[in-house]
Design a protein around this ligand. Sequence first.
Ligand code: UD1
Length: 355
Amino acid sequence: MKILTILGTRPQLIKAGAFSNYLLNHTNIVEVIVNSGQHYDVSMSSSFFEEMGIPKPKYDFMAGGLSHAKMTAKILEKSEETILLEKPDFILVYGDTNTTLGGSLAAVKLDVPIIHIESGLRSFRINQPEEINRVLTDRLSKFLFCSSDLAVSNLKNEGIISSKERIVENVGDIMLESVLLFKNKLKPSDNIKKLSEKPFYLLTLHRQENVDNILVLKDILNGMKELNKKIIFPIHPRTQKRIQEFNIEVSANIILTPPASYGDMLFLINQSEFVITDSGGLQKESYFFGKKCLVLREETEWKELIEVNASVICGTKTEDILKQFTKITNNQSSIPNDIYGTGDTSEKIVKHLKL
Ligand code: UD1
């Protein structure tokens, strides 16, 4: 059996850290990895292959730094060529990026069954690029592996249920498996250890709707200033570019540092007092480490975390950030620790893959 995996962004590499290693060490399945190149800085891409022991990609599409249409089109075209060449039994995609959609479209047109890991998430904001990618990829997939019961029920509401044609199942969250696999294995760099000596909050910020608008970005950074606390901020290249373009001055309590390796990020989350983010993955990772999280968005696809008060949505306005921060830090209710399964996602997925 041969799987062609099409990935290309930082969070997809983190997910592959668990699943590709599982395929390699526990099965006879051949995995051919394709890197779309959507993320192309070493710190966002190739360093993760080495750090997490993911087999080297056989193909690199070099589709980074393009507009949405050009990037998706390039990945679609190159995926078609590669599928024709490799003749895989399945193609595998993760999450909700342009890489996910480009790879899926190519596969479905060639009648190759799609495995979608992290299926069924919905933010219900169809103007978000990620929501478009998710909804479409789910329509096209044959194996829809969900992280939670809520994701399964989102699909059911769209008429997507297990049938002769497809499998829809809650297999738990693949990122939990990555955390469990790597948290004791990877050691933090000296630089990050030193940076995190005194208590701090951890910040990440990269969403198009947050960083491409000067007013929104300024409001968020002003909120960070008003929190008046040491904040470590591993900065995404997109955000870095915008801060420079908009000529925004970052306040002194915010410590900027380059995108973190996975080992550094796990260390930072674990050492932090609190996490502030607009990333989907980091909301979950904070929860896995028992850290509360402020979500710099108007909604989240990880709604389970809001329901149990592990995360709170605060939007992007300075006053709302401060208000919600006080609310969540004062809330002492206990949080269940099994919302996303037990970390055996890969095993559960592989059991379903039959020719
Ligand atoms: C993408 C995903 C998003 C995911 C995120 C994880 C889409 C639509 N978005 O967003 O869902 O949460 O990855 O990080 O697929 N850039 C660099 N170097 C890099 C990567 C990006 O300079 O290594 C620059 C690009 O040139 C571009 C900007 O950052 O100007 C955005 O990159 P892009 O890959 O389009 O989207 P992300 O914001 O990373």
